[in-house]
Design a protein around this ligand. Structure first.
Ligand code: DGI
Ligand code: FE
Ligand code: FE
Length: 194
């Protein structure tokens, strides 16, 4: 899929605010790709498409999970966890996207996971720091991402904030979110393989 087609698709489907967010994530992911020697084209299209299923019907998303053999734990969560994995399936099956890095970046943009590819990292971070985000403390994360030279440290700090937030609200934490937190914990001395 060409980038213009991806933009058109998202513009037609999502409310304006979410469309603007998607474009901001794409732009931010490209900026990070330039800093960290990533693939700007992959980061851009994954950024544009990452929230494609954000407002899809939950029942339909559960069906997609079941029919495509996605992790059955997803059935215990809502749209906040499902919209990434479901969008990756739709982009692959209905729109013919078969670049594995792009699909993984869409799939895992909310939770992260252990051992992310470069494109996954760029989109995961861009989603958190795009200029429209006003989460308390986001400036610190922007500084880490733009000025401190470590994608992995940035990922850990995002994961940590997300998990602390979820726990403080008694919201269940999905396995991949925890796996991401542990894997990118730079204070832990276990040897990581990338
Ligand atoms: O789709 P966006 O709003 O752009 O951002 P996102 O895809 O990162 O979704 C963020 C939401 O997902 C936010 O409300 C926190 C939530 N979230 C992230 N990890 C987990 C989670 N929710 C649950 N229940 N469990 C998680 O592990
Ligand atoms: Fe999202
Ligand atoms: Fe998003």
């Amino acid at each position: 899929m060409k980038i213009d087609n991806a933009v058109e698709l998202v513009k037609e489907k999502l409310p304006e605010k979410r469309f603007i967010h998607s474009m901001n994530v794409a732009k931010t992911a490209v900026k990070l790709a330039e800093i960290y020697d990533g693939d700007a084209q992959k980061a851009e299209i994954a950024g544009v498409l990452h929230d494609y299923c954000k407002y899809d019907d939950l029942g339909t998303m559960y069906q997609i999970v079941t029919q495509n053999g996605l992790d059955s734990d997803l059935l215990s969560y809502g749209s906040e966890i499902l919209h990434g994995p479901v969008a990756a399936v739709i982009m692959n099956k209905e729109y013919g996207i078969n670049d594995e890095e792009v699909l993984l970046a869409i799939k895992n943009h909310t939770t992260g996971r252990a051992q992310m590819t470069k494109t996954e990292k760029l989109v995961f971070i861009a989603d958190y720091i795009e200029p429209g985000r006003q989460t308390p403390g986001v400036e610190e994360i922007r500084d880490l991402a733009y000025n401190q030279g470590s994608l992995d440290k940035t990922i850990y700090e995002i994961s940590k904030r997300t998990v602390l937030h979820l726990i403080s609200k008694d919201i269940n934490v999905y396995d991949a979110t925890i796996a991401c937190l542990n894997y990118y914990n730079y204070s832990d001395e276990r040897i990581k393989d990338d």
